[in-house]
Write a new protein. Structure first.
Length: 533
């Protein structure tokens, strides 16, 4: 039925122009159709008695809608998650964000990827997707990626009468044949100390079901062992080469394997596996036998060149497998290993020397943005701690104040390179936001924190300078005669916390530059007519 309505890949969707997506109800936003399909299917799944779950919608304290998902674990305890939509995180906006409610735990960013807008020659966002999601993982989030086909197959399993569980002809979640599966089971039994049958219920399943299995039992140690077993199974796959490496040969061997060249067979404690899975997705896996049990590294590589994308059926299958393997291999980090989601265009900038198996600090650590110290944050808005000096005159201490340009260290003309990433991910439909950002960056204003959340209630500023307590927020939604009460509550919350926030259209760039750089501002009023404070 879904294919009849939407087409096999959603090609029967129709669009019509509007001034801004804010004028479209959620249920009619084309980019959100897959999102709605996922949420609806999740709720329908939770209603099934065998699911041992419940999903109820509610309104958060921030005035937004969310889903309370509760699952019964194997020990009878309840695992509870808050499911919310479209939350900005570090320059990217996952379709779904899941946050653990019953106990502290990693948040989950869920991406629902349509092939046409992520993996085609017209919209090739593969490398960009990989780097955005890597940054989230470096910040401690789990990242799951589902495709339209994944969600559609999951829904058919739940809703279609008489569904026999046949599934797709070539499911990407069966990455090797019986020989590889047996090797994975043996490894999980012997090294992972797990029940071999678990792999068929948690790993070799539709990625939607893999996500649900993790939500019910998010034990990182168990999932690490499952990921290791899945990696070990590749040794039984056709077309996969193996080599033993040691010393500096590990880095060179990995570098060669990433480009499709198998290093010469040798002797050493690091076991390298390299080759395609059943869907043609190239994998480079390494088991470090210098540690007991071995610590694994898992790298998945997708060719994102024009020639590869031109062969659409083959490329689409590889893309789906690439997403699947990234879901599974991410758990290797828990044991001190590494996993990386790479494209061929990223290989020139990828150094195997950062991986732990080569003695490096780890892939995620190497991509993590350093957290600025309090002194750095002060300097970023033109403020430096004043050094103490001897008292003069009547005992009054005088603290010399350097010019703002010296405090910034940019001599008044330096552009903060952090603006490049901020501007790249701005909402192009938000009135005045892009122009304001370019004006601030050109005036050497320090790059802001984007997608900043004020507190646990989720009040958000698109751009924020926390030390200066200045922010740019989205304009209220147009809703006919009804006010946007959520925007009003957001502005009140920021104001109560001592912030000054306005929309991009309301801010006067010159006034904002003056406040963030301590330069002289000559105007008596700001743009919206409010007297200058």
């Amino acid at each position: 039925m879904l294919d009849e309505l939407l087409g096999a890949d959603g090609e029967q969707w129709r669009t019509s122009p509007v001034a801004t997506t804010r004028h479209i109800p959620l249920q009619r936003q084309a980019e959100s159709d897959l999102e709605i399909l996922f949420i609806d299917t999740l709720q329908d799944w939770a209603k099934l008695a065998e699911s041992k779950a419940a999903a109820d919608t509610y309104t958060t304290s921030a005035g937004t809608y969310a889903l309370d998902l509760r699952l019964t674990a194997a020990d009878g305890s309840t695992v509870s998650w808050r499911v919310s939509q479209q939350r900005a995180l570090d320059g990217t906006r996952p379709d779904i964000l899941l946050e653990r409610l019953d106990t502290p735990g990693p948040r989950i960013a869920l991406y629902l990827d349509g092939y046409a807008y992520h993996a085609t020659r017209e919209h090739n966002r593969l490398a960009d997707d990989a780097m955005k999601r890597t940054r989230l993982r470096a910040d401690g989030l789990r990242v799951f990626q589902l495709t339209y086909h994944d969600v559609k197959e999951w829904r058919q399993r739940i809703k279609d009468t008489g569904y026999a569980g046949a599934g797709p002809a070539v499911p990407v979640w069966e990455p090797y044949a019986a020989a590889g599966q047996q090797r994975a089971r043996d490894y999980y039994d012997r090294v992972g100390r797990g029940l071999p049958g678990e792999l068929a219920e948690t790993v070799w399943v539709n990625p939607s079901r893999l996500l649900l299995a993790y939500l019910r039992s998010p034990d990182p140690e168990r999932w690490k062992r499952r990921a290791e077993a899945a990696a070990a199974g590749l040794s039984g796959a056709d077309g996969v080469g193996a080599a033993a490496l040691t010393g500096e040969g590990v880095s060179e061997g990995l570098r060669a394997a990433l480009r499709g060249n198998m290093p010469a067979e040798g002797a050493g404690p690091v076991r390298l596996l390299s080759g395609p899975d059943a869907s043609g997705c190239r994998l480079v896996l390494a088991a470090d036998g210098r540690r007991t049990p071995p610590v694994w590294t898992g790298l998945s590589v997708l060719d994102d060149g024009d020639a590869a994308l031109a062969d659409e059926p083959t490329h689409k299958q590889r893309w789906r497998a690439w997403l699947y393997w990234s879901n599974v291999l991410q758990f290797l980090e828990h044991g001190g290993g590494d996993s990386a989601q790479l494209t061929s265009s990223m290989l020139d900038g990828f150094a195997p020397e950062v991986l732990t198996v080569t003695g490096g600090e780890g892939w995620l650590t190497s991509t993590r943005t350093p957290v600025p110290s309090p002194a750095d944050e002060l300097a970023s808005v033109g403020v430096v701690p004043a050094p103490s000096v001897p008292a003069v005159g009547g005992g009054e201490a005088i603290a010399p104040r350097p010019p703002a340009s010296e405090a910034r260290g940019d001599e008044g003309v330096g552009r903060d390179p952090g603006w490049d990433r901020v501007i790249e991910y701005l909402d192009p439909e938000e009135p005045g936001l892009t122009d304001l950002a370019h004006a601030l960056s050109g005036a050497a204003v320090p790059a802001p924190k984007d997608g900043y959340e004020l507190d646990g209630h989720g009040w958000q500023a698109e751009l924020a300078w926390p030390t200066a307590r200045i922010g740019v927020v989205l304009a209220p939604r147009a809703g006919g005669d009804e006010s946007d009460y959520e925007a009003q509550d957001r502005d009140k919350a920021f104001s109560a916390a001592g912030w000054t926030v306005r929309t991009a259209a309301e801010w006067d760039p010159a006034a904002m530059i003056a406040r963030l750089t301590e330069r002289q501002y000559d105007s008596d009023t700001i743009r919206d007519g409010e007297p200058k404070r």
